[in-house]
Ligand binder design. Structure first.
Ligand code: NAD
Length: 707
């Protein structure tokens, strides 16, 4: 590939590393070589930098971190400084996206022309990093401290049109960015020929009257998580430096803070979570060239909590949905829920009333199955009862068109049994949404023994379309997420028997980073639901041991938030749950009944027992092939269960801690009270032992086990 093309005196340098023109070593080298060559090419009076394919540049190459290539010259900050110093004008022609390093490259150019639809932002903070190639120093100089602070600290992505008046772009156009950039480059070259100085971002003043007070206020609003200072705080330090220090010194602060973040455990966790999500979309054993079935019309059976949420989720992705309920009253309730959701979205300014009306209009309702024949996808969300599912799937089998995908939102039931209710098990799949469906990112895609490859591919394509993070799971009780949470909740309950109280357990977990402790979570999900699940499990496997307190509080009608009382009391109007004296005395009395001497339980033990219960179950799932890879388990937990993203996920946590240390902790816990069958519960998963003994990493295990 030639380094650049010349169009009547203007050199066009194309960033060409499909799909996103990320700035790994090859692209940095290409840009560096092209800049040097254009600099000494007497035919060139100006330079335009553009991106090949669908965007300008998606930013740095995150897969290069920790690899030798990542440290090789040229490094982005110095490369962009050379670019900015060019005596020949350089114009960025931006389309598609300019994110992270992509935007930083554009900031170093002497002018920027963007297509109105370009997605622009510095999202590094979401990865626990900061824009380390001059972004924190150049952006405030161009757009002012307030706008820069919002973009950098929140890591939000905006359209160029929304930033048209910010000073970031010289032109925002609906036309050809390349043509307009060439024209602008020529006019800048003419200015240079007349001895005008080029406008270099680094030379601009960064001024705001009350900048320091503004930054101090922003700093006071940031929270420090358990893992130490956040990337947002480091970003603030850099923006403060942009205001107070000369450019070169500000760059030194940026570089120092960047290095600090790049070696932090937070970045390691967030980077892992990011890469894990990308890997999860990749199914390991699909025949090459498997393509998705077309999904234009969907139907949802059951309009309760999940069904109405799923209908909204599909309508939000502009899919037409038919919602089916048993009777008109239930259908009316579902539509009331749906209307309320959209009314709130309008009130909160998230949607215009026109858009909300258009989305509602996409959802139609019925109490019979006549319209099912039109649907390309049917998602069942009726009661969690195998007989009710049987009735629904037998009817679907009779009326759905050939090739329609028949999905179940079951949380726990055996998908293969559900598939067997039809004569087309190849078309049946699990689509396990989480509550509230329009909000929760995770979608567990459950692959039955007979699910056809193209049905699986279609489910993954649907997940993308509706903005969900999909993870493929095999069939077992509870799939990945709920099977693991079962072990976690079991331990949370048993800790109560031994001496802990619900709010102590919750607080310990929340301080460790979980979005919500186990008892608050149970109150949200409904303790009556939990009680049914436990009863069914004990019936199948009498060796399972739960704390009896859970059933005692359910018997008191303490069903959770919906009842105004559960593990906590929820006084009307109060914003926070308050610990319940009644529950506390029930807990203490139950310990006495078990003959247990209550003891002080440290927060460390609470966290260890709950997190390592997840970890051990995770290793079992991996070994059984229910999860395709360890990092998929991490995605389930970070995207669906409030596991702190900056810790990466339970499997990464185990690996970072050291598998031998994990096993040692399990062995300490195995000497628990006899009634808990602790020795059985804490027996390390065979795979955990194997990997600890062989010193093999989870990534190596995945590579070895996959075809
Ligand atoms: P729900 O009780 O709120 O709603 C179920 C709805 O299905 C009711 O409105 C009922 O009228 C309707 N229904 C029952 N039989 C029907 C039939 N034959 N035809 C049409 N409609 C019928 O229950 P939910 O919480 O929405 O759960 C539904 C499914 O989703 C269950 O399988 C559950 O395990 C699963 N799930 C629930 C959650 C959750 O947090 N609630 C999360 C993930 C998955």
């Amino acid at each position: 590939m030639s380094l650049y093309e010349v169009n009547d005196g203007v050199a066009i340098i194309t960033l060409d590393r499909p799909p996103l023109n990320t700035q790994g070593l090859p692209l940095r080298r290409h840009l560096d070589d092209a800049l040097r060559a254009t600099g000494s090419d007497s035919n060139v009076v100006a330079i335009v930098i553009t991106g090949a394919g669908r965007c300008f540049s998606g930013g740095g190459d995150i897969t290069e971190f920790n690899l030798p290539a990542g440290a090789e010259e040229p490094q982005a900050p110095a490369l962009f400084a050379r670019l900015e110093a060019s005596p020949k004008p350089v114009v960025a022609a931006i389309h598609g996206m300019a994110l992270g390093g992509g935007l930083e490259l554009a900031l170093a150019c002497h002018a920027r022309v963007a297509h109105a639809s370009t997605q622009v932002g510095l999202p590094e903070v979401n990865l626990g990093l900061l824009p380390g190639a001059g972004g924190t120093q150049r952006l405030p100089r161009l757009v002012g401290v307030e706008t820069a602070l919002n973009l950098i600290l929140k890591g939000t992505v905006s359209s160029a049109a929304a930033l048209a008046d910010s000073g970031l772009f010289d032109r925002v156009t609906e036309g050809s960015v390349l043509e307009e950039a060439i024209t602008l480059a020529r006019s800048l070259a003419a200015d240079v020929a007349e001895n005008h100085t080029l406008r270099r971002t680094s030379a601009l003043a960064c001024h705001m009257d009350n900048a320091q007070a503004f930054i101090a206020f922003a700093r006071s609003t940031l929270k420090t998580p358990a893992g130490g200072p956040t990337a947002a705080q480091a970003c603030l330090d850099c923006i403060e430096a942009a205001v107070c220090l000369p450019f070169a010194e500000g760059m030194a602060v940026e570089s120092e803070r960047f290095r600090g973040l790049a070696t932090s455990s937070q970045f390691a966790g967030l980077r892992h979570a990011f890469l894990a999500e990308r890997a999860a979309a990749n199914v390991l054993d699909l025949p090459d060239g498997t393509s998705a079935r077309e999904i234009k019309r969907a139907a949802v059976i059951g309009g309760g909590t999940m069904g109405s949420g799923i209908a909204i989720t599909l309508a939000n992705a502009r899919l037409a949905v038919l919602l089916i309920e048993r009777e008109q009253a239930a259908l009316d309730r579902a539509f009331k829920t749906i209307r309320e959701y959209y009314e709130q979205s309008v009130q909160r300014g998230k949607l215009s009333s026109d858009t909300a009306a258009a989305r509602i209009a996409l959802i139609s309702g019925a109490t019979d199955y006549a319209g099912i024949a039109e649907a390309d996808l049917v998602i069942e969300a009726v009661f969690e009862d195998l007989e009710v599912k049987r009735e629904v799937f037998e009817r679907l089998d009779a009326v759905a068109k050939p090739g329609a995908i028949l999905a179940s939102n079951t949380s726990m039931l055996d998908l293969d049994l559900i598939a067997a209710f039809t004569r087309r098990p190849q078309d049946v799949i699990g689509l396990h949404f989480f509550s509230p469906a329009p909000v929760m990112k995770l979608l567990e895609v459950v692959r039955g023994a007979k699910t056809a490859p193209d049905v699986l591919v279609s489910a993954l394509a649907l997940a993308k379309k509706i903005g969900k993070t999909a993870v493929v799971a095999g069939v077992c009780e509870g799939f990945i997420g709920n099977r693991m949470i079962e072990a976690y909740l079991m331990q949370a309950g048993l800790l109560l028997d031994e001496g802990a109280l619900p709010h102590q357990v919750d607080l310990a977990m929340e301080q460790w980073g979980m979005a919500m402790g186990p008892f608050r979570m149970s109150d949200m999900a409904g303790n009556d639901v939990g009680a049914k699940i436990r009863a069914a499990r004990i019936e199948r496997d009498a060796s399972r041991v739960y704390s009896g307190v859970s059933d005692l509080i359910t018997a008191m009608g303490r069903y959770g938030q919906k009842a105004g009382r559960g593990w906590y009391d929820y006084p009307p109007g109060a914003r926070k749950p308050s610990p319940s004296p009644e529950v506390q005395s029930t807990v203490v009395a139950h310990s006495a009944q078990l003959g247990l001497q209550r003891r002080h339980i440290s927060d460390e033990e609470i966290v260890d027992r709950l997190v390592l219960a997840l970890v051990n179950e995770g290793f079992k799932l991996l070994e059984e092939g229910i999860a395709q890879r360890a990092s998929d388990i991490d995605v389930v937990y970070t995207a669906g269960y409030g596991f702190p993203r900056w810790r990466g996920g339970p499997m990464l946590y185990a690996e970072q801690r050291g598998l031998a240390d994990v096993i040692a902790a399990l062995s300490r816990f195995s000497v628990g009270p006899v009634y808990q069958h602790a020795e059985h519960f804490w027996r390390p998963a065979p795979l955990l032992v194997r990997l600890a003994e062989s010193g093999q990493s989870l990534a190596q295990f995945n590579l070895k086990e996959t075809p």
